[in-house]
Design a binder for this molecule. Structure first.
Ligand SMILES: Nc1ncnc2c1ncn2[C@@H]1O[C@H](COP(=O)(O)OP(=O)(O)OP(=O)(O)O)[C@@H](O)[C@H]1O
Ligand SMILES: [Mg+2]
Length: 227
């Protein structure tokens, strides 16, 4: 499994009086195959940090190393290849494509990578997620919980090493949150994946192997659960 290391990461927005130090010198080693939760108050810099780690937002300075390779030293083409092949993304709003049916939504990352999906793997994934009867439907025909399950399947469709999730259960009720979390935890265990998840939900953070708390763009606490 690939290691992800963040070194002296800074992301500043604006200038002069408008300057916001969204990320202010963060270094982290993300342990492979573990579940790391990122918590902190609104505006503390969680999304900015996650997006910088995931190759979606270029930092002002600092480094993000995937297997010792600085991803922001790569050209755009190589960086998007890493995003497509190594990373999976789950967001609070499910971001499914309305004109594609569920199956095509799930295999979108694979298709964007110019590949043919591993049908056997996709069907196994879809079954374990419990959406095998929904594949011909369109996103607007599914409930929020079902749509988030589809988004999880989509994030896993290219067998990424790291899943980045930004409050994936933020729009779900507590029962659906529990189902979605159990599913995600089971899948990442089975597929030996790393999960980095932002959450406001203490119950979810308690399930993580490690909880990193951010305040004003800095790490103020970093606690590992020794299970
Ligand atoms: N594109 C941007 N331009 C300017 N400022 C930004 C931009 N994105 C974020 N910020 C600022 O950076 C800070 C951190 O924002 P960020 O979205 O990372 O917070 P967050 O911890 O994810 O908050 P929330 O819990 O509300 O999602 C905030 O002060 C925000 O206003
Ligand atoms: Mg956020």
């Amino acid at each position: 499994m690939k290691s992800l290391v963040i070194k002296n990461l800074k992301k500043y927005y604006g200038k002069g009086e408008q300057l916001t130090k969204a990320i202010d010198d963060i270094s982290l080693e993300i342990e492979p195959q573990k579940f790391m939760a990122i918590v902190g108050t609104s505006g503390s810099g969680k999304t900015t940090l996650l997006n910088c780690m995931a190759g979606l937002n270029k930092p002002t300075s600092g480094h993000v190393y995937l297997e010792c390779k600085d991803i922001y030293k790569l050209n755009d083409n190589e960086l998007s290849k890493i995003r497509r092949r190594e990373f999976g993304f789950i967001f609070q709003s499910f971001n499914l494509i309305p004109v594609l049916n569920i199956y095509d939504n799930i295999i979108l990352p694979v298709n964007l990578d110019g590949k043919k999906e591993d049908e056997e793997y996709i069907m196994e994934l879809v079954k374990s997620i419990g959406i095998e009867d929904q594949l011909k439907k369109y996103p607007n025909e599914l409930s929020g919980g079902q749509q988030q399950r589809v988004a999880i399947a989509r994030a896993l469709s290219n067998k990424p090493s790291v899943i980045f999730a930004d409050e994936p259960t933020g729009n779900l009720d507590s029962k659906t949150t529990e189902d979605v979390m159990n599913l995600l935890k089971t899948l990442i265990k089975k597929l030996n994946q790393t999960l980095v998840m932002i959450t406001h939900d203490e119950l979810i953070a308690n399930q993580a192997d490690r909880v990193v708390t951010i305040k004003d763009g800095k790490i103020i606490s970093d606690i590992s659960a020794y299970l």
